[in-house]
Design a protein around this ligand. Structure first.
Ligand code: LLP
Length: 418
């Protein structure tokens, strides 16, 4: 469910016309509905209310400050993956005891700043990382909470690039290594090994793989408890799929009904790290048609957004619904929707049936609130787009459109080239 709907022929974001917002802020434009964002957060919170989890929004899905701030005001924590995300998280005033930090490659300086800021958990993925973390914690005289990331060796049905829990994937540690590590946890004087973490991949639409992974985690926790290792937290990761096309993803309550019985078997505090489920359908990318090109073998709708604005179609062959912002009845037209970038991979949709839009008209690329702006770039020296959020019937600019000056502001031409 989301708040982008037609009223008569006009697409609205909540109660504002998308065309009017685009006229004020220009295109390409990421446009978010605050109501949709909160609605998805609360759906998950309600579904899991029996275990009162800490829901850490995964910043990699959307790290715009206003998006994250809107969520932390509702009680969310943040799941971070880099020093940059830590910086942004602290900047918006999230309680550091609601930050969890996952990454297979945390650098010493990233670890140091997260330790100094007393975050809630480091989700540790390897023995060398654990040793590095213990060394830094000792030097800073801090005691740090650690979750070990279990790789449960599960192949979830999703795009191969975003599966993370097969034994050949770079993430986490296998069952045996996890067990051994917990059993020798006294070696790490400045670490509290009190958590277990799993994250099996992203855009997973059914509960089967989650149930399998959680079952393995629960069995490890039980086995360890029998041996006197006290695990107090289980982080079940993110990964819930959403509707892009014809998927029929589980709802938050269906998901909870499958996994809660497992979680309730052990007395444990729960963390969730959803990104896409919360932000994905709360945002659209509004773009303007520049030209129609009718070639003998294909039609092209050439728009002002491109793969630098939205990587997902090119990178994963991902499907995003495309809707006309003004929907009048016109003849059907099958075309590739493409950007101006100099690569044939620069498409937003292929062989898509749309109504015959005209140059100057607007299109909305749906479901782009997660992994949309965060994966955008300046390729072809294209300034990144603006972002606007509708909150209580008003459109707020939450990120200025980049200017050409921004493109060169961090570059230096050495004197010898002058
Ligand atoms: N926790 C960890 C440790 C993760 O690696 C991820 C996502 C999440 C949570 C959030 O997962 P979500 O709930 O959003 O599925 N760029 C790709 C998605 C990559 C996901 C990476 N990890 C895409 O556009 O589909």
């Amino acid at each position: 469910m989301h708040e982008f709907k037609y009223i008569k022929n006009d697409l609205y974001c909540e109660d504002l016309r998308v065309s009017e917002i685009a006229a004020s802020f220009g295109t390409p434009l990421y446009l978010y509905s605050h109501k949709t964002l909160l609605d998805h957060f609360h759906k998950l919170e309600n579904a899991f209310r029996d275990v009162k989890p800490l829901i850490c929004f995964s910043m990699k899905a959307n790290s715009s400050l206003a998006v994250c701030k809107a969520l932390i005001k509702e009680g969310a924590g943040l799941d971070i993956v880099s020093g940059g995300e830590l910086y942004k998280a602290l900047h918006i005033g999230v309680d550091p005891r609601k930050i969890v930090y996952a990454s297979v490659g945390k650098t010493a300086s990233e670890i140091e700043s997260a330790v100094s800021n007393d975050i809630l958990f480091f989700n540790v993925e390897s023995m060398p990382e654990l040793e590095m973390l213990n060394g830094i914690a000792t030097r800073l005289n801090k005691k740090v909470n650690v979750s070990i990331r279990l790789n449960p060796d599960i192949k979830a049905k999703t795009h191969a690039y975003i599966r993370t829990a097969r034994s050949v994937d770079k993430f986490g540690l296998d069952y045996r290594s996890c067990r051994e590590l917990f059993l020798c946890s006294d070696k790490f004087a400045n670490l509290n090994l009190v958590g277990l973490h799993i994250h099996i991949g992203s855009q997973i639409v059914d509960s089967g793989p989650f149930v399998k992974a959680i079952t393995r985690a629960v069995s490890l926790i039980r086995e360890l408890r029998k041996k006197g290792v006290v695990i107090q937290w289980l982080n079940i990761g993110g990964g819930l799929g959403i509707v892009y096309h014809q998927e029929r993803p589980q709802s938050a309550s269906e998901f909870a009904s499958k996994v809660l019985p497992l979680l309730k078997k052990i007395d444990i505090k729960i963390i969730l790290e959803p990104g896409r489920f919360i932000a994905g359908n709360s945002g659209i990318l509004v773009t303007k048609v520049i030209y129609l090109k009718e070639a003998p073998s294909k039609n092209f709708i050439i728009v002002d957004a491109a793969m630098n604005d939205l990587m997902r179609p090119m990178l994963y062959g991902a499907y995003h619904e495309i809707l006309p912002v003004y929907d009048s009845s016109r003849e059907e037209f099958t075309a590739d929707v493409v950007g101006p970038i100099c690569e044939s991979g620069d498409f937003l949709a292929r062989d898509r049936k749309l109504s015959r839009v005209q140059p100057g008209e607007l299109l909305a690329i749906m479901g782009t609130g997660a992994y949309g702006f965060t994966m955008s770039s300046n390729y072809n020296s294209r300034p990144r787009s603006a972002e606007v959020m509708v909150i209580n019937s008003r459109p707020y600019l939450i990120r200025k459109r980049e200017r050409y000056e921004d493109l060169i502001s961090s570059e230096v031409i050495p004197d010898c080239l002058q």
